[in-house]
Design a binder for this molecule. Structure first.
Ligand SMILES: [Zn+2]
Length: 218
C-alpha cells in the first residue's frame, strides 16, 4: 500500500517546521474516528468509501505522524458526581513554566495550558468540594503565583475535542523515533507499506535498528 504523503516546509511564526497535506480520505477518516473511535477498519471503509487496506494504512500513517494521539473513552464527569473548576493563574513570565511543572502531575488537573497573556489556564476535576478547598489552599503555598481566579463549572453547554477536522489541513510532522517536530526535510523509512518520518540520520538509524529488532522477534 503506497502512502501518498509528500512533505513541505512550512514557515511557522517562529521556526521552520515540516508539514504534510492531508488528503480528502484522511480528513474523512479523522472525522469518522473523532465521532466514534471504536469503529472497525471495515466500518470506517464503508463510511468513507475506500478499501479496508487503505483505511488501515492511512490510520497507521497518521498514528506514526502523531496526528492521532490515541483512542479514549469519553466519560460523563457530571454523571459521576464530580465537580470541575476553571482556574487562571498569573505568575511572572519567567516563572510560568515552573508553576506549570508543579501542577502538571496532579491528577486533579485535567487540562493545563500556557496562555499568551502570561497566565496558565487549568481545568481541574474533583470528587468533592472539600478537595477543591485543599487544592486552592495549595495554590496559596506557591510563592511564584501572583494571583489566580477560580470559578466552578455549573453547566456544560458544549464540550468537544479541541482538534477541528477540516478539509485542506496541513499537519506538522513528528519524528517517529524521538517524537520531536521535524524542522528540516524528513528522512523517510518505508516498511510494510507504512511511512515513517525521521528528523535526522541518527534517528533514522536508531529507528531502523529498533524496527529490525522487533521484526526479528516476531
Ligand atoms: Zn528524531
Amino acid at each position: 500500500m503506497n502512502c501518498p504523503y509528500t512533505w513541505k516546509s512550512l514557515l511557522e511564526p517562529i521556526i521552520n517546521v515540516t508539514a504534510v497535506d492531508l488528503d480528502e480520505t484522511d480528513v474523512n477518516i479523522l472525522k469518522v474516528l473523532q465521532v466514534n473511535g471504536r469503529l472497525s477498519f471495515r466500518q470506517i471503509s464503508e463510511r468513507v468509501k475506500v478499501s479496508v487496506p487503505t483505511v488501515s494504512s492511512k490510520i497507521s500513517s497518521m498514528e506514526n505522524m502523531g496526528i492521532i494521539r490515541g483512542y479514549q473513552t469519553d466519560l460523563d464527569s457530571e454523571r459521576m458526581g464530580e465537580l470541575s473548576v476553571v482556574l487562571t493563574v498569573k505568575a511572572k513570565p519567567s516563572e510560568l513554566k515552573s508553576v506549570a511543572d508543579r501542577f502538571q502531575a496532579d491528577e486533579h488537573v485535567r487540562k493545563l495550558f500556557t496562555l499568551s497573556n502570561g497566565r496558565l489556564l487549568m481545568i481541574c476535576t474533583f470528587s468533592g468540594s472539600h478537595l477543591i478547598n485543599d487544592f486552592v489552599g495549595r495554590l496559596g503555598d506557591v510563592p511564584e503565583i501572583i494571583e489566580y481566579d477560580i470559578a466552578n463549572i455549573i453547566n456544560v453547554i458544549k464540550e468537544q475535542q479541541r482538534a477541528l477536522v477540516e478539509q485542506n489541513m496541513i499537519v506538522v510532522l513528528q519524528c517517529s523515533f524521538c517524537k520531536k517536530e521535524i524542522r528540516d526535510d524528513p528522512f523517510k523509512f518505508k516498511a510494510d507499506g507504512r511511512d515513517y518520518y525521521l528528523c535526522c540520520q541518527t534517528c533514522l538509524k536508531s529507528f531502523q535498528e529498533k524496527y529490525d529488532k522487533v521484526k526479528g522477534k516476531t
